[in-house]
Design a protein around this ligand. Structure first.
Ligand code: SF4
Ligand code: SF4
Ligand code: SF4
Length: 252
């Protein structure tokens, strides 16, 4: 694909999977209407879901998944040494994701309960940025392909790349969805970063915060509304902890 008649330099991209469901990688191969353009703008040198080839010569490492074993720590460090740019792809990579629920348990006891006499090596789940410096994060479970494409345009043509700073409620209202708080459900939309186009409220399910906090979320007002609507601190904490994206926010 040419831009103003000039063939742009294609960045070499490698995609790596760590602890996760691989749904974010699958997003890269979805959306057929733009897939050909996407693939013509970059040179993919390593991507297990798409190719059996794999090279250690790459500019951008796209890392999906969290870290939950020691060998993953070493692998990530090697990726950081090689890549000019590291992108954390998806909520597992950015926050630990649903895997982080594991950290609530005694890992030794859980390992024994599940695997008996054949325990597996495991450590507390951590996001990629806890192990190596990350240049760009794209949250979401899974990520939005449009945001990945916007990032690629930014890298290839230096076009602006900016995740929305406002919360999911803005997109929810643009879709004319009835607020779920008005029908007795909890929703993290007021404090969660937009960019997904609010599919969960539109489908009748409150937001679980997979994209992490919006910029400067008003936690105080939001927690007051949650309490006013009759939800307990335990229900609120459960929802905030689900993707591990809200850290140690004090709900009281
Ligand atoms: S963020 Fe969600 S879709 Fe992506 S790898 Fe993790 S669990 Fe899968
Ligand atoms: S349903 Fe959720 S996202 Fe939509 S307006 Fe209500 S609180 Fe905001
Ligand atoms: S509405 Fe919330 S949980 Fe659903 S995709 Fe958007 S950020 Fe994620």
């Amino acid at each position: 694909m040419k831009y103003l008649g000039i063939e742009p330099q294609k960045p070499k991209i490698a995609v790596f999977d760590f602890t996760g469901c691989e749904g974010c990688q699958l997003q890269l191969l979805n959306k057929e209407e733009t897939l050909a353009d996407f693939l013509s703008a970059v040179e993919i040198v390593c991507f297990r879901e798409a190719s059996s080839l794999c090279s250690d010569d790459y500019d951008i490492a796209i890392v999906e998944g969290a870290v939950s074993r020691n060998d993953e720590v070493k692998r990530l460090e090697k990726i950081r040494e090689t890549a000019k740019v590291v992108v954390a792809l998806g909520s597992c990579a950015c926050f630990g994701g649903v895997n982080r629920l594991k950290n609530e348990f005694d890992l030794k006891a859980a390992n024994k309960e599940v695997y008996g006499k054949d325990p597996k090596e495991t450590i507390n789940v951590r996001p990629v940025k806890d192990i190596i410096p990350v240049d760009i994060e794209i949250p979401g479970c899974p990520v939005s392909k449009a945001e990945v494409e916007s990032l690629i345009c930014h890298v290839v043509w230096d076009s602006p790349f900016q995740l929305p700073v406002y919360p999911v409620c803005v997109e929810c209202k643009q879709r004319f969805t009835t607020c779920l708080f008005d029908i007795g459900q909890m929703c993290l939309g007021p404090i969660t970063r937009a960019g997904c186009n609010a599919p969960c409220p539109a489908g009748g399910i409150g937001c679980w915060g997979c994209r992490g906090p919006a910029v400067e979320p008003n936690y105080k007002s939001f927690f007051a509304i949650v309490k006013e609507k009759g939800f307990s601190d335990i229900e609120l904490k459960e929802r905030l902890n689900f993707f591990g994206a809200f850290g140690e926010v004090n709900v009281s």
